[in-house]
Design a protein around this ligand. Structure first.
Ligand code: C2E
Ligand code: CA
Ligand code: CA
Length: 727
């Protein structure tokens, strides 16, 4: 056996390696996707990025590598990194340098292909390699090209790593163009290589927002990538192709490679800009990047479509399962993007393992089994048969596999998932239609509940068409001002005085007349319009309250919140702005939320509610008592009032239990210093009962049904005030 030589400047080499500060235990998870891609491309059970230290080697990333001896003297990569070209050993048992190497005699390696990874200083750090315990005869020129492309990707990732751990000193010296920016794309720094590439003086370049460095047509793309990464919905892709803009206005084709990290609270991005004009990448590299997701190493949506088209074109029975995660966005928001990336990689591995239980190595594809990442937290699996029962079994196995807690960044994360199934040729004969249908089934599964799976049914398509038409109608409704608010009065039970009103949405539909929320609210909330409509309701209700308060200074208005209004995290700012624009004091507004909203995104919502409370807006729990977690929520959520659900109030007369629940809720609220308002009061008897038991306020048909502003004024405000207010 021949031990690997030392490099001529070994001390410099080790210093260069140390600059990356790679923890041998944790490795560099950002390389995992590329390593997984390498194993799959070369059909090898194992692949790794191996760093060569002084006496030992360590893995920055690996897949399918079991326990092995880390001594540098027996390392294949320690040889490979000294070569200019790729080192390919088709059968190590026949190679005089390696035949008696313990890794060969121990059955770990027979085939090896590795390529050196170098620091910008030129020092070899280690190698990217693919390994098989069986020999591989013949390593084609195309395969060499692939390995070189992957090594370039690894080198970029490593350069970004150096940037993260050692800003700004190393970025400065780096020969590749690097720009760093904040979460809004505002530039923070650039290195001389970037200044040269873009033709700006460095001081000026460091003041130019990132999107100004690309052609106008690509600006929305860059902005949306930053926003989506910031929202945590989509981890950044690699290799974004753009037209970049020089100082002199000329454009050049470039590719942006992204990395992000946190500085304190703030999110920072590092972007490597590759000038594609200078060294056009090999066609294979582009192809490889275009067809794979670099985070997980899985094929992407385009590859999936292509694969499906191939199968469907040759009439092979095909089952397609699409999977999405429940709770991923929340985990990503609370634990950070690195943890989110890690979760997605683990999900990819579990998914592949579940779909290919026959192999111990997740990446070695069984013929015809194909797992892809569709984007965000959505994945897909193609199976080589069309048996609905068997596919249902696999879908349930996927849900079960993903339900086991994951460990990411030291946190245990429990995710849910849903699956939708479609089968060719029964459900579709075109790849896109099959995917569409599986996604419709997925929607159905999602609507049914966490952990559900659903098989496509033809009526789902008809419903989808109807939904789309209805959504278009809703868009028109908002744009043309067909939504309107009705107001239902709220009274103080002790004095009998009007205290305010709840605003309730109605739709003045041209053909169908006045529609109540039950007819359109579920569709509205599921659509992209929910947030905008919520803003409209808030604004219209505040405008109305401001008018009515001129004559009735204590009048308050209650507005129902929807989940979508709390998703973005800017509700407090929206509310403050709306109040200010109508000159309304915060105590004139009460926001109602249901516990479903509170539970769905617990911490995210909680923070916003605290902000709203600090602003001075009142908060109440709507439909209180109907959920499971009500009592527990009261301990944590900063609400002022609970609204006892109308179900209990209406059934009070006939049911001892409901009476006990209502009086119990009133007592509990009093103990917690919360106000109580009873909904659905339909009779004098109910009103008297509630007053006797200390309920402060009531709302219901007995006091007045919801009315348009004009009739509301006539009925409730005109008499109470000398001045007749007009809506
Ligand atoms: P909610 O917040 O519980 O609103 C009270 C509902 O009970 C209203 O139905 C009201 O008309 C009805 N109601 C009032 N008094 C009585 C009574 O004495 N007996 C009976 N049986 N019902 C009574 P509506 O207006 O159809 O609203 C239904 C739901 O739609 C609301 O329930 C609320 O969850 C939602 N909603 C209404 N407007 C909005 C809105 O602007 N935004 C959001 N996000 N949700 C809204
Ligand atoms: Ca309500
Ligand atoms: Ca209610």
């Amino acid at each position: 056996m021949r031990c690997p030589d030392r490099s001529p400047d070994e001390a410099g080499r080790l210093r260069a390696l140390a600059e990356y500060r790679i923890d041998p235990e944790r490795g560099l998870p950002s390389l995992d996707g590329i390593v997984a891609m390498a194993a799959r491309l070369f059909d090898c059970p194992a692949a790794a990025v191996n760093m060569v230290g002084d006496a030992q080697v360590f893995l920055a990333s690996s897949i399918g590598i079991g326990d092995f001896d880390h001594a540098r003297d027996i390392s294949f990569c320690a040889h490979a990194m000294l070569q200019d070209d790729i080192m390919v050993i088709e059968d190590a048992a026949l190679d005089p340098r390696f035949h008696d190497n313990p890794l060969v005699t121990g059955g770990v390696i027979r085939f090896y292909a590795g390529i050196a990874l170098r620091a910008p200083s030129g020092h070899a750090l280690g190698a990217l390699c693919v390994i098989d315990p069986h020999p591989h005869p013949g390593f084609s020129a195309q395969e060499r090209g692939h390995l070189q492309s992957l090594a370039r990707l690894v080198a970029d990732k490593m350069e970004l790593r150096r940037l993260e751990v050692a800003l700004p000193t190393h970025a400065h010296a780096s020969p590749v163009a690097i720009v760093t920016c904040d979460a809004d794309g505002g530039a923070l720094s650039c290195n001389p290589a970037a200044a040269t590439l873009f033709g700006w003086p460095p001081e000026t370049l460091a003041t130019i927002p990132l999107d100004r460095l690309v052609a106008p047509a690509d600006r929305p793309l860059v902005r949306s990538l930053l926003h989506r990464a910031h929202d945590g919905t989509v981890p950044l892709l690699d290799g974004t192709p753009v037209q970049a803009l020089r100082h002199d206005g000329t454009a050049f084709p470039a590719e942006l490679h992204w990395s992000h990290w946190h500085e304190g609270e703030a999110l920072r991005f590092g972007v490597i800009v590759h000038d594609l004009g200078a060294s056009p990448p090999a066609a294979e590299t582009l192809d490889l990047l275009a067809r794979h997701d670099s985070l997980t190493g899985l094929p992407n949506r385009d590859s999936l479509i292509e694969h499906l088209a191939g199968r469907l074109g040759s009439d092979q029975p095909t089952g397609l399962i699409v999977v999405d995660l429940a709770g991923f966005a929340e985990a990503n928001n609370t634990l950070g993007h690195a943890a989110g990336d890690d979760v997605l990689r683990q999900v990819a591995t579990r998914l592949a393992e579940t779909c290919r239980p026959e192999t111990s190595q997740p990446v070695t594809s069984l013929p015809d089994t194909f797992v892809a990442r569709l984007g965000g937290d959505a994945f897909a699996a193609v199976l080589p048969h069309g048996d609905p029962l068997a596919l249902g079994g696999i879908a349930r196995a996927i849900v079960a596999a993903l339900a086991a807690p994951l460990l990411a960044s030291g946190h245990e994360i429990a995710l849910g998932s849903h699956c939708g199934i479609a089968i060719a040729p029964d459900h579709a004969t075109r790849a896109e239609d099959l995917l569409d249908n599986a996604e419709l089934a997925l929607m159905q599964a999602r609507a049914t509940g966490r952990g559900e799976t659903a098989l496509f049914l033809p009526q789902m398509r008809a419903e989808a068409v109807a939904r789309r038409l209805f959504e278009a109608e809703l868009h028109h409704a908002l744009r043309l001002g067909q939504f309107t608010l009705f107001y239902q009065p709220q009274f103080a039970l002790d004095s009998g005085a009007l205290t305010g009103a709840e605003a309730l949405i109605r739709w003045n539909h041209l053909q169908r007349g006045l529609l109540e929320p039950a007819a359109f609210l579920p569709a509205l909330e599921a659509s992209s319009l929910a947030e905008a409509t919520g803003c409209w309701v808030l604004d219209a209700a505040c405008r109305q309250a401001a008018i009515w308060r001129r004559a009735h200074p204590d009048f308050t208005v209650s507005v129902n919140l929807s989940a979508s209004q709390l998703r973005r995290g800017n509700l407090c700012a929206v509310v403050a702005g709306t109040l200010a624009s109508h000159g309304l004091p915060p105590q004139a507004l009460e926001l109602e939320l249901t516990e479903n909203i509170a539970l769905a995104q617990h911490d995210h919502v909680l923070a916003q509610l605290h902000d709203l409370r600090a602003l001075g807006v009142r908060l109440s729990f709507d439909d209180f008592g109907t959920g499971f977690a009500s009592l527990n929520l009261l301990r944590h959520f900063p609400v002022h009032a609970i609204k006892i659900d109308r179900g209990f109030v209406q059934d009070m007369q006939g049911s001892d239990r409901d009476r006990a629940i209502v009086t119990g809720l009133i007592r509990m609220a009093r103990d917690l210093s919360l106000e109580v308002i009873a909904e659905g009061v339909e009779s004098a008897t109910a009103a008297q009962f509630l007053r006797r038991h200390g309920c402060a306020k009531a709302q219901g048909y007995y006091f007045g049904e919801p009315r348009a502003p004009g009739p509301f004024v006539e009925r409730h405000l005109a008499l109470a005030a000398p001045l007749r207010t007009r809506a």
